[in-house]
Design a protein around this ligand. Structure first.
Ligand code: ADP
Ligand code: MG
Length: 381
């Protein structure tokens, strides 16, 4: 019996974290990366270096794989459609993936499905954005080019009509999504996985914390979330996965409003930062379930193995040489798990994460925050 080859486009940390469950299952990964130094290229021997946005490179790579999936959403839709026509199994498919690539398409589709989103309008120039604010949502106004953003790059908050930054988002050369700045209580994320047959599983709904638009911390499950709201978040995510025919992991980023309502912010169709806790904190990680889903295997249980999991991202900071920090961090807390991405340390870049799983939320959070701060070089004891 031959085991299948899963081709992953994009060499970041998400592709890298697919490798341990692939090893466990005996599934082979092949990688298309833009450089041999990338996070995933370091751990996947079958790496092809090529241009992830060039059709010929994608096709040549895909032909050596049984199924194609993604580390990121940057592959052009027309290339993906070409691959499907060439007989390649692309999962998620281009018609699903476009909703994670284009915030305008995503909002229009969610509106059709009756799923609540922030009030918004697609605008073509700063004047149209200013009119939308003046007439509908007021100031401050949030502007996002419909394509290309991640980690808060591509989110502008415009304080008033006099704020000259209002022109900036339009320089990206694509339409811009203008929306109300939501007076949110907190941010939640509902991660689900779905297979081509339509089997789906929903992870516990988590709370995520961002700084400067970057996710810094995730608590699973979201503390104090009512069963009703948790179920509603999972229902929304499962409905989106089914209606959009998503295959693999779908993460639905949500805003919780003061009235206890939910608004969908955006979608990701790949393992997501708000699901990293599941490596250590769930029966089946989001990475394993992504692999199972794209291979059309039965999905694993998404159940948490402990009452709380806290994941804290390590963002690049002052410490250049991290390995020497392991001695202290690992000795101090034998229950802690460190995940390192093998990326060069640059300020604000996600270079790793730590997870603590346990029965006491406050202590799990303190321990995870301490380790992340130490690995980052913010503290030295
Ligand atoms: N309309 C909004 N109102 C309030 N906060 C927002 C709004 N849109 C985005 N944000 C904040 O910015 C973060 C990043 O925005 P998002 O649209 O998710 O872009 P990215 O693609 O960079 O993740 C969100 O997680 C949230 O903290
Ligand atoms: Mg986001």
């Amino acid at each position: 019996v031959t085991f299948p080859v899963v081709g992953v486009v994009g060499g970041g940390q998400l592709a890298r974290m697919l490798q341990p469950p692939a090893v466990a299952l005996g599934v082979r990964l092949a990688l298309l990366a833009s450089s041999p130094d990338e996070a995933a290229a370091q751990v996947i021997p079958a790496t092809t270096v090529g241009d992830e946005k060039a059709y010929d490179d994608l096709l040549a790579f895909a032909k050596s794989c049984d199924v194609l999936t993604f580390d990121h959403e940057q592959v052009p839709s027309e290339h993906l459609r070409g691959l499907v026509e060439a007989g390649i199994a692309v999962r998620p498919g281009p018609d699903a993936l476009v909703h994670a690539q284009d915030k305008g398409v995503m909002r229009a589709r969610l509106f059709e499905l009756g799923i609540p989103c922030p009030r918004h309008r697609i605008v073509e120039d700063p004047d149209a954005a200013a009119s939308f604010a003046a007439e509908v949502v007021g100031w401050p106004l949030v502007l996002k080019p419909v394509r290309g953003g991640y980690d808060g790059k591509g989110v502008w908050t415009i304080e008033s009509p006099a704020d000259r930054a209002i022109g900036q988002p339009f320089l990206a050369g694509v339409d811009v999504l203008a929306e109300e700045r939501v007076g949110l209580v907190r941010e939640l994320s509902a991660v689900v996985a779905r297979s081509p047959q339509g089997q789906a599983v929903a992870y516990p709904v988590v709370e995520s914390f961002q700084e400067n638009g970057i996710c810094v911390e995730v608590v699973a499950p979201a503390p104090g979330l009512s069963d009703d709201v948790a179920r509603e978040a999972q229902r929304i995510a499962l409905k989106i996965a089914a209606e959009l025919d998503v295959v693999g992991v779908l993460a639905v980023e949500l805003f919780e409003t003061p009235a206890g309502g939910l608004l969908v912010n955006e979608l990701a169709m790949r393992p997501h930062n708000t699901g990293h806790w599941s490596i250590d904190g769930a029966v089946t990680s989001q990475f394993e379930n992504h692999l199972r889903a794209v291979l059309d295997l039965p999905l694993g249980s998404p159940r948490a193995v402990a009452p709380w999991s806290v994941m804290v991202n390590v963002l690049g900071g002052g410490l250049e040489e991290t390995f020497s920090a392991y001695r202290h961090v690992l000795a101090r807390d034998p229950g802690l798990k460190v995940h390192w991405y093998g990326k060069s340390v640059r300020p604000g870049r996600k270079v790793g994460h730590v997870t603590v799983v346990g029965s006491n939320l406050d202590s799990a959070r303190d321990r995870a925050r301490h380790a992340a701060a130490y690995l980052r070089g913010d503290i030295d004891e």
